[in-house]
Write a new protein. Structure first.
Length: 285
């Protein structure tokens, strides 16, 4: 039951042209294949089978200002995941700057079957702890997710897409979130790579409700970024960030991760056991 907790199959037609150009430049040789994924889940499932991956987290989020994605991305991912709900985990969001009723927005996502709420500071243009500086809707989102048992995935690290504000990708802002919402399950996506991995490790070591999503970290660089990563056993989830620029395939990334000089227990935890614990095959089990 290998899980890649972080891939992107999104309504590509919503992308802003400059963003589309950057994404396409990294996948020019199979751009049409990537486009087809968004319209036919069976193509993705076949790719997963070829790669030895049983489940994937389908990361979608609202980012009208930077990426172009509006609230309909939640309906898109819910419909898409419904084709194989035991293998496709829908991840969605609401934008706190544009949400009139953040509590109702979280409840709607739960009703849609969304399994995780995505916050993307660099693409939504606010720090992860912006509720401490007046963005009250963000605090209400965290509180409601905590109440409903809905995990939060927070992007950390840089972004290369036009208009992205990488300064908001610092992991230290999650320190506030973990303190203020101690029963909230938080996935720190990308571990602050490449600039803030030491900061990320501090936050992860300090807060047991924060786990590390390895997506976007090239496996060959993982131990350079996190030489003591085995101290986080039980709180690491393997992921790829495919098809983001630089991530060529699901299977090759998995093979590179499994070749690392880490214990088999740690690798099984990251690829199988921890994602199954946080995201059971059947919600609520």
């Amino acid at each position: 039951m290998v899980t890649d907790i972080h891939i992107h199959v999104q309504p590509w037609d919503q992308l802003k042209p400059a963003v589309r150009d950057v994404l396409r430049a990294g996948h020019e040789d199979h751009w049409e294949f990537l486009q087809s994924l968004a319209t036919d889940p069976s193509i993705l499932l076949a790719e997963m089978d070829r790669s030895g991956i049983d489940r994937v987290g389908l990361v979608n989020y609202v980012s009208p200002d930077v990426m172009g994605f509006d609230d309909s991305t939640n309906d898109f991912v819910a419909r898409y995941a419904a084709h194989s709900p035991e293998r496709l985990l829908p991840i969605g969001s609401a934008h706190p700057k544009y949400t009139k009723d953040p509590v109702a927005a979280v409840d709607r996502l739960v009703d849609l079957g969304i399994r995780c709420f995505k916050i993307h500071p660099c693409h939504q243009v606010f720090p992860a702890n912006a509720y401490t500086d007046g963005l009250d809707a963000l605090g209400k989102i965290y509180a409601r997710c905590e109440e409903r048992g809905l995990p939060i995935m927070i992007h950390t690290g840089t972004s290369i897409f036009p208009g992205a504000r990488s300064k908001y990708g610092k992991p230290m802002e999650i320190d506030d979130v973990a303190i203020d919402y101690p029963d909230l399950t938080i996935l720190m996506a990308h571990g602050g790579r490449p600039l803030w991995t030491d900061e990320a490790f501090f936050v992860l070591r300090r807060h047991p409700n924060v786990s590390l999503d390895l997506s976007g970290i090239p496996p060959k660089k993982l131990l350079a970024y996190f030489p003591r990563i085995e101290e986080l056993a039980g709180r690491v989830l393997w992921g790829t960030d495919w098809p983001s620029p630089g991530v060529r395939s699901l299977g090759s990334n998995l093979a590179q991760f499994m070749d690392l000089p880490l214990s088999d227990t740690f690798k099984r935890g990251a690829t199988v056991e921890t994602p199954l614990r946080l995201f059971p095959v059947r919600p609520g089990t």
